[in-house]
Design a protein around this ligand. Sequence first.
Ligand code: AMP
Length: 176
Amino acid sequence: MNNETLLKNLRNVPDFPIKGIQFKDVSTLYKNAECMRIMVDELFDMYKDKGITKVVGIESRGFVVGAALAYRLGAGFVMCRKPGKLPADTKQMSYMKEYGKDTIEIHSDAITEDDVVLIHDDLLATGGSMNAAYQLVKEFKPKRVSINFIIELTIEGLNGRSVFDKDVDITTLIKI
Ligand code: AMP
């Protein structure tokens, strides 16, 4: 169920970064102590019994709640970053965006076959970036991989869920 406090505090910025995009600005949730508590507590309740050992956050908005949630779950936190940011050996995944190709990376020793992984990001739009992160995490052969977003955009015909395999466990806190 959509949380009214989160919906009320989420800022919509029209025409950012380009004309026609309704940008959902989660910084207004992150700066609000009550919203931070709601997001982390709701996610903790959803995942506390799932045996999560690693939370993977997608750069950069996925780091904020992802790291707080990892702490609450007693799990480790792993950064999924843009190329050239991580200092040690990495595994990479490239994917197509609207304009050209993009790549993401995770440290090669960040996830093991014993891990149960939750990948977190702020928002599901087309699903392209999360699907790339999902495929990358699966290369580490962890026991299980789940996916969470704070916001799922279903407006303007977006159906980001459709890019994922049918059996993938995807949760969201707000649908817009
Ligand atoms: P996608 O790969 O299309 O699902 O895009 C998801 C990523 O792009 C997320 O990490 C969001 O931070 C960002 N994003 C895409 N569309 C929006 C939007 N309308 N408002 C805010 N962020 C967005």
